[in-house]
Design a protein around this ligand. Structure first.
Ligand code: SF4
Length: 309
């Protein structure tokens, strides 16, 4: 049975998630419900459910929001078309987009203005990718894997314009390096911005480090959380069995059979309190040694957005 627990540090909340949660909390403190949020404020089921209980309403289309109502944009960002629609509907916007996502939007917008074709490395359908794509939809092609380059039929495939590369912020550091190598092989003059954020990078390094010493890794995070899903993949890539769970209820105790050392981490949208019952349960199962494994110290904070007095 388990005797040792390795706790990845850093893990859990990043600065962008803290800011988005603070924004929605502040709005709910000041205004009567319902308060609308475009998409889930962060990709975590527990966080979203607790906000719902306080009167937040998460929508995937602005048509669901009454004219003139308050709308909070999530940490993942929105396309300019969504902003324009919100303004036209006189919605009162507070934009909780992570500043590091906004940076990718600005890079994309400028590259389109400067005459580039843009390759956006990221996952089709993810909120962040959809928002960034909206900055220059007729100039941008999403590249999820190197194989996507083989099917390019327009823009960069035509080779008429210079190529600019941006990335989603929450990708696998290693997989993205492979995609960027493939892009550079095909477009040697491509200008590349690797936008994987500090929080994603640090959490992946931390989980890889604990996975190399553990017999089992648990990643707390929701299925729609890109960075949580990547953390499980990174852990599993070391050869150590790894599971993503939303909380303790998802853990099958049989996973602990024959396991001496457990590694534990959490995605960037996960409150640390979700780890507490898991740690208490492991203590009850015989864990006597809990070791934080620190690979980086984070000091990043972001200012609140405009409109939040
Ligand atoms: Fe911002 Fe990175 Fe956190 Fe996403 S994961 S909200 S980009 S700090």
């Amino acid at each position: 049975m388990p005797h040792t627990l390795l706790l990845a540090e850093p893990r859990g909340f990043c600065a962008g998630v803290v800011r988005a949660i603070d924004v929605l909390n502040a709005v709910l403190d000041r205004e009567p419900p319902p308060v609308y949020a475009f998409h889930e404020i962060v990709h975590n089921r527990h966080v979203v459910e607790s906000f719902r209980a306080r009167g937040a309403v998460f929508v995937d289309a602005l048509a669901e929001v009454p004219n003139g109502a308050r709308i909070v944009f999530s940490a993942h960002g929105v396309s300019p078309a969504v902003v324009a629609e919100a303004r036209a509907r006189k919605l009162r916007i507070i934009d909780a987009t992570c500043p590091l996502v906004t940076k990718v939007h600005l890079e994309t917008r400028k590259a389109a203005r400067d005459g580039f074709d843009i390759l956006l490395v990221g996952h089709h359908g993810h909120d962040e990718v959809t928002g960034t794509l909206g900055e220059a939809p007729d100039r941008t092609t999403i590249v999820d894997t190197p194989a996507d380059l083989d099917t390019l039929t327009r823009g960069p495939g035509g080779g008429e314009r210079p190529v600019f590369v941006v990335t989603q912020t929450t990708l696998s550091v290693e997989d993205t390096a492979g995609v960027i190598d493939a892009i550079r092989a095909r477009y040697p003059a491509a200008e590349v911005r690797n936008d994987i954020c500090y929080a994603t990078t640090n959490r992946q390094l931390a989980v890889r480090t604990i996975a190399q010493r553990a017999d089992l890794v648990l990643v707390v995070g929701s299925a729609n959380s890109s960075n949580s899903v990547r953390l499980r993949e990174v852990a599993a890539s070391t050869g150590t069995p790894a599971y993503r769970v939303d909380g303790i209820a998802d853990i099958d105790p049989a996973w602990y059979d024959g396991v001496g050392t457990v590694g534990l981490t959490a995605g960037a949208s996960v409150p640390d309190e979700l780890l507490e019952p898991i740690i208490a349960d492991l203590r009850a199962r015989g864990v006597t040694r809990i070791e934080p494994v620190v690979v980086a110290t984070e000091t990043v904070t972001f200012q609140p957005p405009d409109g939040l007095d």
